[in-house]
Design a protein. Structure first.
Length: 258
């Protein structure tokens, strides 16, 4: 299928989605967000795809956020329910997502990266939530996700000023998983994807769901005593038996995702 605002490449069980508007630093508008939402909907529905990567075309930007020229023209319309890049308001995807950030990730671009589970950033990556500088707030998850990932005072320092944070500082703050040399963000993300793909897909999804839902619980004991839906699916699966069996037989497991 041909896409207008992104490219989609499936490599085995891995889907790589590239935001493809390099002429505007991969800034997105409602039509682009809707297209990406459909791409991620298909990813979620397909049993043969287990891990996703999102990155940006060109070496200058992951995404500069909302296309403000479209907004200023008065032709802006609201994006669909999945939000920026089809990711910011997607709360039901249990498959792991990796953001390969090359260059600028600002506003909605940073929020799309924060919606992923792992962020791999090249050394030239720059992160910011500059919305207050143009009379907006980071309402696509930035003002909510960032304080859940890093200390509140550090998050406020970014959100109230719109200041730019380099990849190394992002790693020190805790929202970047790994910093790689410039030009190697996608390769780094693929390396992490390969490690995930060595694991049981159901166990990976159960771990993701339990971690996120468990954080919503006020008490640690409640979270630990709760069996979350995908966790139960994992317990009931053939792979729940295959993993220990393969270990005992000293061989690689054959994950069936069943």
């Amino acid at each position: 299928m041909t896409h207008q605002f992104c490219t989609v490449q499936d490599e085995g069980r891995l889907r790589i989605v590239t935001l493809n508007r390099p002429e505007v630093l991969n800034a997105l508008h409602a039509d682009a967000n809707d297209e990406l939402a459909a791409v991620w909907d298909e990813f979620a529905a397909r049993d043969d795809l287990w891990v996703g990567i999102v990155t940006g075309a060109g070496g200058r930007a992951f995404s500069a956020g909302n296309d403000l020229k479209v907004q200023a023209s008065g032709k802006r319309r609201p994006s669909g329910p999945r939000g920026f890049a089809g990711l910011s308001h997607r709360f039901d995807l249990e498959k792991p997502l990796i953001a390969a950030v090359n260059g600028v990730a600002m506003g909605g671009g940073f929020e799309a990266a924060l919606a992923c589970d792992i962020i791999i950033a090249s050394e030239n990556a720059i992160f910011a939530l500059p919305e207050p500088r143009v009379g907006l707030i980071a309402g696509a998850g930035g003002v909510h996700r960032l304080p859940r990932i890093i200390p509140m005072k550090k998050a406020m320092g970014m959100m109230l000023t719109g200041r730019r944070v380099a990849a190394r500082e992002g790693f020190e703050l805790g929202f970047v998983t790994e910093v790689v040399p410039e030009g190697q963000a996608l390769e780094g993300a693929k390396r992490w994807a390969a490690m995930i793909l060595e694991c049981s897909p159901k166990a990976v999804r159960a771990s993701k769901q339990a971690a996120y839902r468990g954080m919503d619980e006020q008490k640690l004991e409640t979270a630990m005593r709760t069996i979350y839906p995908v966790q139960q699916e994992n317990i009931d699966s053939q792979d729940y038996i295959e993993g220990p069996k393969a270990f005992a037989e000293k061989r690689k497991p054959n994950w069936l995702n069943k």
